[in-house]
Design a binder for this molecule. Sequence first.
Ligand SMILES: [Zn+2]
Length: 229
Amino acid sequence: MGRLMRRRSTTTTDDAAPAPAPAPEPETAAERRCCRLRDAALSRNVRVRFLFDEIAKLGCDVGSPFGFVRCASVERSGPLGDKMVGGFAVNDGSQKRYAPGVVVVAEHAPDKAVFERTLVHELVHAYDQCRAKVDWKSGAHHACAEIRASSLSGECDLSQEINRGVFGLMAHHGKCVRRRAALSLALAGRAEPEATVDAVFDRCYADTAPFERHPDFAGLRPSESFKVT
Ligand SMILES: [Zn+2]
């Protein structure tokens, strides 16, 4: 279930052509379902829309969100398709044009909840890429990106366990983020994933940009948060 950063080529070589290539038509039932989930998320999911707005505010033009977010079956999503739910592709330096994109593996994101968490995860990567020009070859950069994406995507949201109290909730959340970030690094083939995550965890976990406060905890009020059952 790791979300991997992948590098892949773009087909565009013409610098003077800013419009992204149209997304390929869905071919399988899973791809069609994935496209419906994507269309709904792009028009209605608050976190998704907020991230697109913030990326634009930073000055990165991703083109049409419908072209930026692509649904692909396991077979059509590249060599890591069977292992990942979603991926964020960046240029590897061989292309002149900055043309990142998100791919969601249709069979691995079968419902709204999984799809939307995956999309938000990848959009946090896109935000970081725009904001900080992440060097994906650097272990510290990659770990930081995965910590932020796992933390801010809702993957570790335990709202159903709200009555455990905010401290228990946040401790669990941090542990979950640590584990998922290390898993993403391991799946990407990086050595010593846990140590790499630990080295940058506190700083990157505390960075909730572009959200003013952590979105999973923003709704908590002290009177509710400290209820213990
Ligand atoms: Zn990731």
